[in-house]
Design a protein around this ligand. Structure first.
Ligand code: CUA
Length: 336
């Protein structure tokens, strides 16, 4: 599914207006990343970026202008500016202008931050975002703070409803960044940062960890799937259910090789928490933190040769007989 271009275009117009002062843009077709806003928050961030670009160019042009003035004076044989001019230039260009620029950018930044932080009393879905090494755990909470569904590397959000993200980490600092929807916010061990997200259009967007967090940092990606509210509600209801009873030898293989020590499958008595919850693995589009498409071949590769797909990842490679592997893949593909 691709984002609705008409909805996105409205926001592009806003960011282009801001950027017009600084640079001619080749349209808003910079791929799925920044600045192609699909939410009003991301539009604000794009506007701030445009404003900073414009100011940067202004400073560049003024500095080049002064350089030309100096060259002109030299050419006319004048050794120096009059003392009055020199004082005005130093005070105006060196003190007043930078102070104004920094104050304006700080004020815009603070206004945008106050708008995009998730307020504690805000209505809407609360989702706990846990930064793992090196993937994302998304836990959907009910009104009492109890977990109703857990997924990995795929964040579903309702369009037109504000959701509140609680960002936590128990290892190192990560940074949550879905550039089409919101600015970056860090996940800092020992604290809970909050962020509000509200997509304006349905679509699939790419997210990425934006803080160097170890060997797998560059491959710590995720997908955001923004859905109409009814589709989101149906998805969440489905995710909150346990896995359907599995057929074949898959469950035996799953326990025999210790998969349950690291992975939870609700409904199958597998309660490991080190790795992603696999209860509805087959419903996800990717595996390995958005590194691989979720296909049988890639599941096989991930189990038997995962280090070649994501060097340094914490899941060991398994060597198992072909019939056991086939039964295990059958099980994983049945976890819809
Ligand atoms: Cu997590 Cu970079």
């Amino acid at each position: 599914m691709s984002p609705s271009r008409s909805g996105v275009r409205k926001h592009c117009t806003i960011s282009r207006l801001g950027l017009a002062a600084g640079a001619a843009l080749p349209g808003c077709t910079w791929g799925s990343g920044f600045p192609d806003p699909a939410s009003s928050d991301a539009s604000l961030v794009a506007l701030l970026a445009a404003w900073m670009f414009a100011l940067g160019f202004l400073v560049l042009f003024v500095t080049l202008g002064l350089l030309l003035v100096g060259i002109g004076l030299q050419w006319r044989g004048e050794k120096r500016l009059s003392p009055g001019w020199a004082r005005s230039l130093v005070l105006g260009g060196g003190v007043v202008a930078p102070l104004l620029a920094v104050a304006a950018i700080s004020a815009s930044g603070m206004i945008i931050s106050s708008r995009t932080e998730g307020q504690t009393a805000m209505p809407g879905q609360t989702i706990r975002v846990v930064g793992e090494r090196w993937w994302w755990r998304f836990q959907y909470l009910d009104g009492n703070g109890e977990i109703i569904a857990t997924t990995a590397n795929e964040l579903h959000l309702p369009v037109g409803r504000r959701s509140r993200l609680h960002l936590i980490s128990e290892n190192v600092i990560h940074s949550f960044w879905a550039p089409n929807l919101q600015g970056k916010t860090d996940l800092v061990p020992g604290s809970v940062n909050t962020l509000a997200v509200e997509p304006d259009v349905a679509g699939t967007f790419r997210g990425q960890c934006a803080e160097l967090c170890g060997v797998q940092h560059a491959m710590m990606g995720f997908l955001v799937i923004a859905q109409p509210p009814a589709a989101f509600d149906a998805w969440l209801a489905r995710q909150s259910e346990p896995a359907q009873a599995a057929e074949g030898d898959g469950p035996d293989v799953f326990f025999e090789y210790g998969c349950a020590g690291c992975h939870t499958v609700r409904g199958m008595d597998a309660t490991g928490v080190q790795g992603p919850d696999l209860t509805h693995l087959a419903s996800r589009r990717t595996i390995a933190a958005a590194r691989l498409e979720n296909t049988r071949d890639n599941l096989r590769r991930w189990i038997t040769a995962g280090q070649s797909a994501k060097p340094g990842n914490l899941m060991p490679e398994f060597s198992l007989p072909e019939d056991d592997l086939a039964a295990l893949l059958d099980l994983l593909e049945a976890l819809e």
